[in-house]
Design a protein around this ligand. Structure first.
Ligand code: SF4
Length: 489
């Protein structure tokens, strides 16, 4: 490897995971988590981000020179400084999402990005009496020097939603400081669901809410190794499984999004890894920075998903012999209802870049109104797009016969009759496409995608709050404008 580059191979990434102390619980504690098939398929997603960074075809997009070290690093570990950086970040996520659907690595990358801006603001607000940004830079350098893909842990268990953290009967519903020493703090609590937490070396923790003084113990941001003493990781979604035979799409055979719950049980965090420590007013600022940045990332991955659904809908129409229905048809232009979403969300992404603002930290920040609106549209339209694809595909994706029967001497003749649709399309190809659509819209994975499109990075109400916060002044200007037009002398 060029000595000016720090780009781990995917094999080195896998080896680093193998060196971690086992702390992952599936239905029982996994002694060798890297041997688990679900974890391997999740690991494959992150491995692709390492492979692409070393692939001459994608290297320019996937890598960048670090201003901290002068070395070429993976773009996920780089804090964007210009509009061009933002464009490349979006393009990178979109490219990977076309292959793996959920890239997963964006969460930790957005956590680093949010902390970069947040710690700078906090130090300024503390009139330079704190050194959080300096600590963050040191940590960022560690991440870059070791080409680590950290997970980002934001959402707490939350418990009874009608009660504040301090009033929860189960105090661990929210991650909080339980003890302080001169060297650091001890934390306990739950963060869940945490994307890629089962196949990472490091976990970055950011507050998920705003807190009052009463809950200031929850106002904490930090980073720890994924196998730190007191950390347990629980594999979630026992039902999120995929077919893995020759008819399964790549997503099933090779990739999977396996979410995790991270339990902190008196975990020690040294001072140099703490980036917010009780400044409760800043918890909301950190949470909002992260939320906007992750919603901005959504404006890159969701167009890829809408594009995949568009292509699948067009192809299944071809295979079923209903081709022609999808352009200006008298059946309500179904395909348009899917394809338009990609255009709308990509448009918001472009607007968010165009109106991005530089921050005092040196990082650029995408426009929050457009970033939030992009995620809002993606969430709002996702279920409708799924429904249209289900409609256009018919019932076959959810009602496939067992795939081995296609080659069974005894049964193949009967089973193949089901796939006798458009002439020239083999039964195998019909099966594969219908199975691909099943995974997207009629499987446990498809269900996870729908839930993710609603709640990942916050739900629609949270996005609306952010949009109002940034757009309300303009809305009042609209009212004044109408008054002027209607009541002018
Ligand atoms: Fe990245 Fe999109 Fe997956 Fe979030 S949902 S981790 S933005 S690919």
């Amino acid at each position: 490897m060029d000595k000016n580059e720090i780009l781990k191979t995917s094999a080195e990434y896998r080896d680093a995971l193998k060196k971690l102390k086992p702390n992952i619980i599936k239905d029982k504690m996994l002694e060798e988590p890297c041997e688990d098939e679900d974890i391997q398929r999740g690991t494959n997603v992150i491995a692709l981000t390492y492979d692409y960074a070393r692939d001459p075809k994608y290297k320019e997009l996937m890598t960048v020179e670090s201003p901290l070290t002068g070395k070429v690093i993976n773009r996920f570990n780089y804090i964007p400084r210009t509009k061009d950086d933002l464009k490349k970040r979006l393009k990178m996520i979109n490219l990977l999402a076309q292959e793996v659907v959920c890239v997963q690595r964006c969460v930790g990358a957005d956590g680093l990005y949010a902390l970069f801006i947040g710690t700078h603001r906090l130090d300024k607000s503390n009139k330079g009496e704190t050194r959080y940004h300096e600590r963050l830079l040191k940590y960022l350098r560690y991440i870059q020097d070791n080409d680590i893909a950290p997970a980002g842990a934001v959402t707490d268990g939350k418990g009874d939603r009608s009660l504040t953290p301090a009033k929860q009967p189960e105090r661990d519903s929210y991650l909080r400081i339980v003890k302080e020493t001169d060297e650091g703090v001890y934390v306990s609590g739950i963060k869940t669901p945490i994307t890629m937490s089962l196949y990472t070396e490091e976990i970055i923790v950011v507050p998920g809410l705003q807190y009052t003084e009463e809950d200031k113990d929850c106002a904490i941001a930090f980073a720890i190794p994924a196998d730190a003493e007191g950390v347990e990781r629980y594999m979630l979604g026992p039902d999120v499984v995929t077919m893995t035979d020759e008819f399964a799409p790549t997503h099933g055979r090779k990739y999977l999004n396996k979410e995790g719950m991270v339990i902190f049980n008196n975990v020690f965090v040294p001072n140099e890894r703490i980036f917010l420590h009780g400044e409760y007013r800043f918890a909301a600022i950190y949470a909002n920075l992260f939320a906007t940045l992750h919603r901005f990332s959504y404006t890159a991955c969701k167009p890829a998903l809408f594009d995949i659904m568009t292509g699948a809908a067009m192809l299944i129409s071809d295979y079923n012999g209903t081709k022609g229905e999808y352009f200006l048809s008298n059946t309500s232009e179904k395909i348009f209802e899917i394809a338009k979403n990609s255009i709308l969300v990509s448009g918001m992404a472009k607007a968010a870049v165009e109106a991005a603002q530089e921050t005092e930290s040196g990082a650029i920040f995408p426009d929050p109104t457009y970033a939030n609106m992009g995620k809002y549209i993606a969430s709002d339209m996702f279920t409708g797009a799924v429904s249209t694809l289900q409609d256009m595909s018919g019932s076959l994706p959810a009602n496939l016969p067992y795939s081995n029967l296609l080659s069974s001497e005894k049964h193949k003749e009967n089973v193949r009759k089901l796939f006798a649709r458009k002439k020239g399309i083999s039964a195998e190809d019909q099966y594969k496409l219908n199975e691909f659509i099943r995974v997207l819209v009629a499987s446990s994975e498809g269900g996870l995608l729908q839930i993710g499109s609603k709640h990942g990075g916050g739900n629609k109400e949270a996005e609306k709050v952010a949009i109002y916060a940034n757009h309300l002044r303009r809305m009042f200007q609209c009212k004044s404008l109408v008054k002027k037009v209607v009541f002018k002398d």
